[in-house]
Design a protein around this ligand. Structure first.
Ligand SMILES: C[S@@+](CC[C@H](N)C(=O)[O-])C[C@H]1O[C@@H](n2cnc3c(N)ncnc32)[C@H](O)[C@@H]1O
Length: 252
C-alpha cells in the first residue's frame, strides 16, 4: 500500500495554483522532504515543462519511490535519499526548489542547514517555494496552529512551528538576493565548500600517484559517460562541471 497524507490531498490544489505562476519559467525543481510523494506526482503531472526531483530521508524513501514508480509521470525523477544535515547534497543544478511542511518537523539547525546549502544546488536566480504553517510577529494564524505547535513540541522538543521572520532572515542573510540570485558572498561560500570537497577528493590522487590516477580515470570513464547521458547531471551546473572534461586537475 502506498503512503497517504490527507493533508496533501487538501492542500495540493491551492499550492499548485501558486507554483504554476512561480515556476512558470523554471526547468528543474529539487523537492526536499517529499514524504508520501503525493505533491511530487501532482505537481509534476500538472506542470509538465518541469523536471521534478523529489528527495527525502532514508525512512521515507521506500514509500516515496513506490509512489513515483506507480503514479509518476515521465518528468518525475526517481527519488534521491537526502537529509539536509548530511552530505552529500544532491548532485544537481536546479533552478527552483520546493519544500512543504518540513520546517516545523526539522530541528532549527536543520532549517539553517537547508538554507545554508541552497547555493550548492541552485542556479543563480533560482526560485525557492516553501509551504507550511508559520507564526507571524510571534502570533499563530489560527488557534489550531497554536495547538499543533504544542503537540509537536511535546512529541519532539526540537520541532515546532517556525517564526516567519526568522526563516525569512535565513533566506536573505546575504547569500542570495531578494530575487533568489546568488550574491558575491554566496559565491564565496560556494567556493569555500568547493575547496573543501577538492581537498577531500585529493585522497585517491595522493594514494595512487599520477599513473594510477590516470588508470582509474580511464576505468571510470564509461560509467561517467552513462551518468552524463542519463541526464542525472545537468549542464551548466553550480559546481562548474563541464563535459567532456577539458583538462587534467593537478594536486599540490
Ligand atoms: C510532515 S512531513 C511532510 C512531507 C510532505 N512534504 C508533505 O507535505 O506531505 C515532514 C517531512 O520532512 C522531512 N524532513 C525532516 N527532517 C529532515 C531533514 N533533516 N532533511 C530532509 N528532510 C527532512 C521528513 O523526512 C518528512 O518527509
Amino acid at each position: 500500500m502506498l503512503p497517504y497524507s490527507e493533508a496533501c490531498e487538501r492542500n495540493k490544489a491551492p499550492i499548485l495554483d501558486v507554483l504554476r505562476a512561480a515556476f512558470e519559467d523554471r526547468r528543474r525543481v529539487l523537492e526536499i522532504g517529499a514524504g508520501t510523494g503525493q505533491h511530487a506526482v501532482h505537481f509534476a503531472r500538472n506542470l509538465p515543462w518541469l523536471r521534478w526531483q523529489p528527495t527525502d530521508r532514508a525512512e521515507y524513501l521506500h514509500g516515496l519511490a513506490s509512489r513515483v514508480a506507480v503514479e509518476g509521470p515521465p518528468n518525475l525523477e526517481s527519488p534521491i535519499e537526502f537529509d539536509v544535515l548530511h552530505d552529500p547534497w544532491p548532485a544537481i543544478a536546479a533552478d527552483a526548489a520546493f519544500s512543504a511542511n518540513t520546517l516545523h518537523i526539522m530541528s532549527w539547525p536543520a532549517v539553517e542547514a537547508l538554507f545554508a546549502g541552497m547555493p550548492r544546488v541552485l542556479d543563480a536566480g533560482a526560485v525557492l517555494a516553501i509551504y507550511g504553517p508559520f507564526r507571524y510577529r510571534g502570533q499563530f494564524t489560527t488557534p489550531s496552529n497554536d495547538l499543533f505547535d504544542r503537540e509537536l513540541r511535546e512529541r519532539d522538543p526540537a520541532s515546532g512551528v517556525r517564526d516567519f521572520e526568522a526563516v525569512d532572515e535565513l533566506a536573505t542573510r546575504g547569500w542570495v538576493d531578494a530575487d533568489g540570485s546568488v550574491t558575491a558572498l554566496g559565491r564565496l561560500v560556494r567556493e569555500e565548500i568547493e575547496a573543501d570537497t577538492d581537498a577531500l577528493a585529493a585522497g585517491p590522487y595522493l594514494a595512487l600517484g599520477e599513473a594510477g590516477t590516470a588508470e582509474l580515470v580511464a576505468l571510470l570513464r564509461p560509467l561517467a559517460e552513462r551518468v552524463v547521458s542519463s541526464g542525472m547531471v545537468a549542464f551548466p551546473n553550480p559546481v562548474g562541471l563541464v563535459w567532456p572534461p577539458t583538462g587534467v586537475a593537478t594536486v599540490q
